[in-house]
Design a protein around this ligand. Sequence first.
Ligand code: ADP
Length: 274
Amino acid sequence: AASTFLTARVAPLADQHILILADDQTTARRTEQTRRDFVANVSHELKTPIGAISLLAEAVEDAAEDPVAVRRFAGRMGVESARLNDLVAQIIELSRLQADDPLRDAEVVDIDDVLVDAVDRCRVDAEQHQVTLAVAGATGTQVLGDARQLSVAVGNLVENAVVYSDPGARVVVAAHVQAQSDDDYIEITVSDNGIGIPASEVDRIFERFYRVDYARSRANGGTGLGLSIVKHIAATHGGDVSVWSRPGAGSTFTIKIPAHLNGAGTPTPPDEVA
Ligand code: ADP
């Protein structure tokens, strides 16, 4: 089937030589298919909360005489609107990352600032889930990148760690420098002792809209976009994201990106921040 995507141009070169130029269009078509699937998925995902909100609006009208019911429906409308809001924000984030130069605002970024900002984004959720957040920074360690994107990436991992853990759990966010041949890399790890991910699913969780257990993840308010955003941001910064996980034991996600300048950061002991 792949050969149907190959176009060959035959160019005469010298008397008895010909040059065959083959363009593999498979990638272009796949990209186009991925884009179409994405639009279809986005439409579907947006329709769910929008449909719920309009049904709830009707229910509020019908229950006008029953203040308890009105309050209940209004509460659910709030949840669905928040979900809609998250979805739109994440879709915007993904499209920004696909811009021509997603790192046009690159600057020298202190990793500790990224960790603190990421944890701040998740503080309210952590309190709600009764999960403790601990940060072990790497003082003085810097990368060249987009500070906002990096804290979104780490924040998405922390958010998942909080959501997929039980009350009383502890999530640890840490950064350390890894020397690798001539280059130094920074590894940012987010570890939880939550529900974990089955081995058969680990390869798929970074796909857009993929959720291990749709019902469970949706009940947790997930969109299925968080990890694909993390993957894009890591790649934009010349790195990648990986995961170790065991069901029932927990998960550790690692973002690895090249360090900038003085990569030799001094590790600091974990500091309970929330
Ligand atoms: P979601 O918005 O559903 O959390 P993500 O893209 O962030 O979407 O994650 C994809 C799926 O990977 C989640 O639905 C969840 O099943 C699984 N997952 C992600 N992080 C964790 C974690 N720390 N522990 C257990 N499962 C996780």
